[in-house]
Design a protein around this ligand. Structure first.
Ligand code: ADP
Ligand code: MG
Ligand code: ZN
Length: 486
């Protein structure tokens, strides 16, 4: 019988900070601009150019550290990480080794059976490198020449390093999804894996199940989607198990995920910190932060996704409704704005998910675009809650209110949708309609209760759209259940 193996995974996530300008110069960070159009002597690595630290990058890194429960250091320091590669014009990357801005912290995975805590080792600040563009045939291997685009060089990054606490590929994917959501919610990263503003390396090892010593790890790079992350880890775990069972050693190395081959391939042997000849950058002073500064930054902490989901569930939403809403910070912002107009969270959430999202999708708008329509949306919900409008009328009006900014009251008036205050006329019409349908009523009385829907529908029809199933239904039930009705 073969040994049962267990996997051990730690992730290193690089997140570009959503600052307007680069970390050590004033160049803009806008994505997708013409190559080398956002470059100056500092980020191009010209001799003699001096870096000046972007305070907003420090604030964002600290905010992320606080949200993730880490300790924001009183004093942190930048180091030069030396290596030679054409995307790095200075010949070194400014990073942090011994004194990172944040130490410790954790991220709780929202597992079905309850949260699983993944510890964080550190978060440090660094600059991004430029981008190599390979030309000629497809891919690096067939390229005839390579070009360098330095627009990305010097964009601020945080690297978030987890402890090796993840037990399988699915947990790794969930970790990256939850981390992305936290960073998005904080507004410090745009979450665009496909544009490379959020990148992930996975460290994977296996060991006999139930043992404590860590096995030799392999680092997998180039994981630019949740799907690739999960597939690459699954395939790497199997590769390692096959090797160990065949008596072959695991080599500590860096491997690349190759989607077309469905496997990881060796890229290079893993470097040690010593290979990079790190030393403190003499051009940059230590970053010194005090309690007053930290207190000011912490005022910018929004409610985090886990707390939002919890509050949603406490207000009566299902777990999946709460996940859907908290999973999109713009949508949550719209929800909060509707709630701010006095609508209970549960109603606002249900109508947003049930009707609002569809309208937005059809109109090709995101939630942020209709924030100033939240008041009208809230009033529309209120009119239904107060039974001044029927539920079907909500559906008729919601698009005009949420997408086009119409006033719900004026629109209801114009379309003649106001419900009459109930003076007993609904009950009278129920009586008339049901008396005119003796066969169906007899069917109901003989136990065919599915005919109720038809009867309610006929009453609503007679009420010409001004009836509400929520009020008509009980009136019909009462009529049917009264044996004296002829
Ligand atoms: P480096 O900076 O050389 O990449 P670190 O010690 O900072 O190495 O670890 C990087 C990542 O590798 C961390 O996320 C850590 O959790 C993970 N890791 C370390 N050892 C192992 C191991 N044996 N198996 C899986 N992951 C590991
Ligand atoms: Mg590493
Ligand atoms: Zn610059």
């Amino acid at each position: 019988m073969s040994t049962p193996w267990e996997a051990v995974i730690g992730l290193e996530v690089h997140a570009e900070l959503a600052t307007r300008t680069k970390i050590f110069c004033g160049c803009p960070t806008t994505f997708g601009q013409p190559p080398n159009s956002q470059v100056c002597p500092v980020c191009a690595g010209m001799p003699g150019a001096l870096p000046v630290l972007n305070a907003e990058a420090v604030r964002m890194a600290a905010l992320a550290g606080m949200a993730l429960g880490g300790i924001v250091a009183d004093r942190s320091r930048f180091d030069r990480k030396n290596y030679f590669y054409p995307d790095l014009p200075k010949g070194y990357q400014i990073s942090q080794l011994a004194m990172p801005i944040v130490s410790g912290g954790h991220l709780d995975l929202p597992l079905e059976e309850g949260p699983k805590r993944i510890r964080l080792i550190r978060i440090h600040l660094e600059e991004d490198a430029g981008k190599l563009v390979h030309r000629g045939s497809s891919g690096l291997a067939g390229a005839t020449h390579s070009l360098v685009d330095l627009n990305r060089a010097g964009v601020p990054l945080i690297e978030i390093v987890s402890a090796p606490d993840l037990a399988n590929a699915e947990e790794a994917r969930l970790y990256l999804q939850e981390l992305r959501l936290v960073l998005l919610t904080l507004g410090v990263n745009d979450g665009r894996l496909e544009e490379g503003s959020l990148r992930c390396d996975a460290n994977v090892s296996v060991r006999p199940a139930g043992t404590l010593a860590l096995g030799t790890r392999v680092e997998i790079k180039n994981l630019n989607s949740f799907k690739f992350l999960q597939k690459a880890i699954e395939s790497e775990i199997q590769r390692q198990i096959r090797r160990i069972e065949a008596g072959e050693p695991i080599v500590q190395e860096t491997r690349l995920w190759q989607e077309d081959k469905g496997t990881t391939v060796s890229m290079r042997s893993k470097e040690d910190a010593a290979d990079y000849r790190y030393f403190p950058d003499p051009d940059l002073p230590d970053v010194v932060l005090d309690d007053a500064w930290r207190a000011a930054v912490s005022k910018g902490l929004p409610e985090l996704p886990a707390a939002r989901r919890e509050r949603g569930v406490a207000a009566g939403l299902s777990r999946s409704e709460a996940h859907q809403l908290a999973g999109d910070p713009a949508l949550w912002h719209l929800l909060e704005t509707v709630v701010g107009h006095g609508t209970p969270l549960r109603d606002a959430a249900r109508w947003l998910l049930g009707e609002g999202l569809g309208c937005l999708a059809d109109a090709g708008l995101d939630a942020e675009a209709v924030l100033d329509r939240a008041g009208g949306f809230a009033r529309l919900i209120e009119l239904v809650r107060a039974k001044r409008l029927a539920t079907p009328s909500f559906r008729k009006l919601v698009r005009d209110v949420l997408v086009h900014g119409a006033e719900p009251e004026a629109l209801a008036h114009e379309r003649g949708l106001w419900l009459e205050p109930d003076d007993g006329s609904s009950a009278r019409i129920v009586d008339e309609v049901l008396r005119s349908l003796p066969d169906q009523v007899a069917q109901w009385r003989s136990g065919k209760h599915q005919v109720r829907g038809f009867l309610v529908g006929q009453v609503l029809r007679a009420l010409k759209g001004k009836g509400d199933p929520a009020t008509v239904g009980p009136l019909v039930d009462r009529w049917l259940e009264t044996p004296t009705a002829d």
